[in-house]
Design a protein around this ligand. Structure first.
Ligand code: ZN
Ligand code: ZN
Length: 158
């Protein structure tokens, strides 16, 4: 079993490698943002990333965080998921994978590709379109919300 520190170290080295390969300078702000994303598995929004990082970097502006996130997305260092709710969520997992979204607390959980590997667009519907990528989005209630009985009060707006 990997410890939490080892897992974080691995993710940061992976980010650093991607930044080097893409020629993205790793500023203090970008590093702090990547660290926050590496630590969180809940696919935070830009505002959540800002709240996390602002505590460590006084004077940091929301705009800087928004811009840094977009830069990192553009370089393929992180992914942006826009289909998970009203606000875009940022994802440190850049491999192909799928998502489980809780419609009550809006938690987003990764699903590794294996279990939904065989999704295929029927030929008749593809109409000559060559599919390069896809993702499957499962919606429902997370175990925490089910335990708290939040099933009925959940807003299904996601
Ligand atoms: Zn939930
Ligand atoms: Zn994800």
């Amino acid at each position: 079993m990997k410890t939490h520190e080892q897992a974080l170290g691995e993710k940061m080295r992976h980010f650093e490698k991607l930044c080097r390969e893409q020629g993205v300078p790793l500023t203090v702000q970008r590093r702090a943002i990547l660290e926050t994303l590496a630590l969180r598995e809940d696919h935070p929004t830009a505002d959540q990333v800002f709240e996390d990082v602002a505590g460590r970097l006084p004077g940091l502006s929301r705009t800087t965080v928004y811009r840094a996130l977009e830069t990192l997305v553009g370089m393929g260092v992180i992914h942006k998921a826009s289909h998970l709710g009203s606000a875009a969520r940022y994802d440190p997992n850049t491999g192909r994978h799928h998502h489980l979204t809780c419609i009550s607390c809006h938690k987003v959980i990764d699903v590794e590709e294996g279990i939904v590997q065989r999704v295929q667009l029927p030929k008749a519907q593809a109409k000559g379109f060559e599919v390069m990528d896809y993702s499957v989005h499962f919606k429902g209630y997370c175990p925490d919300c089910l335990r708290k009985g939040r099933r009925v009060t959940g807003t299904a707006r996601a």
